[in-house]
Unconditional design. Structure first.
Length: 263
């Protein structure tokens, strides 16, 4: 009986030891140089209300965004999110609400519609090599329809500088890459090689061009054209994905470093 008890204790000890070793191994393999951040939100409203049918409506500014432990990263976000020169989300909200209040006051306290702005900043890549952000904004400030856009921003972790397409594609290969991208665009749009890119499309001189707005996905590079960039508002935005396998031979060493860090 004492033998069996000792055997059971030995087995349990081995299991606990193996479990602890597994935990240590799991901890050791976790990346230690990714950026730490928390999500923050803001929701501000105007004191002016507009009655619509049986309900009251008001102007609002809402935002969800990351706050990083590193101040220099937060400063980078400020430069890409606050396109109108605001220095903080609180300032952006205050300016937006005040603009509406002034509009109402200039019209003797009356308004025919409320305004709104919804802003969301998401971390879509947080590797030891680069940081990828997506900024989405929906806004309405009167008129026939609202406005919306999506911006992708990628930052090199070592230099904290924004990654440009010229950092990804070797300069001497840029024209070759554009041709590959155009082939994918024409296929996506159901166009032949001879179909014009004028008229329906807004490409300058009818020549295909890459969007400055791009990001890295697991298997593709994504170029994002917002409304009015290459199509009408009714046509909406356009996503163009190009598999890495089709232009791997054109990618710079730095570009491969970014892409490999995702996988």
């Amino acid at each position: 009986m004492r033998f069996y008890f000792s055997l059971i204790v030995l087995v349990i000890s081995c299991l606990l030891s193996a479990c602890n070793d597994h935990k240590k191994a799991a901890i050791a393999t976790q990346p230690t140089d990714t950026l730490s951040y928390s999500q923050k939100s803001i929701d501000e409203h105007s004191n002016y209300f507009l009655k619509e049918d049986d309900r009251l409506d008001t102007t609002y500014f809402r935002a969800k965004y990351p706050i990083f432990q590193e101040d220099n990263i937060n400063e980078l976000i400020t430069t890409i999110v606050h396109l109108e020169g605001d220095t903080s989300m609180q300032e952006a909200a205050r300016r937006f609400i005040n603009s509406y209040n002034e509009y109402v006051e200039d019209n003797n306290g009356k308004s025919t519609s409320t305004w709104n702005r919804d802003l969301q900043v998401d971390v879509i890549a947080n590797t030891p090599v680069f940081l990828g952000l997506r900024t989405k904004q929906d806004e309405y400030t009167g008129g026939a329809h609202g406005d919306h856009f999506t911006l992708y921003s990628n930052f090199d972790r070592q230099s904290n500088k924004q990654i440009m397409i010229d950092d990804i594609i070797q300069k001497e290969n840029k024209d070759k890459f554009v041709k590959i991208a155009e082939q994918y665009f024409r296929k996506q749009e159901g166009l032949s090689t001879d179909d014009s890119l004028s008229g329906k499309y807004f490409f300058e001189d009818g020549r295909f061009s890459l969007a400055d707005n791009f990001t890295f996905e697991k298997d593709d590079i994504l170029f994002y054209y917002n409304v009015y960039e290459i199509k009408s508002y009714a046509e909406g935005n356009t996503e163009l994905r190009i598999p890495y396998t089709t232009f791997k031979h054109l990618i710079s060493d730095k570009g491969l470093h970014y892409i490999n860090s995702i996988n």
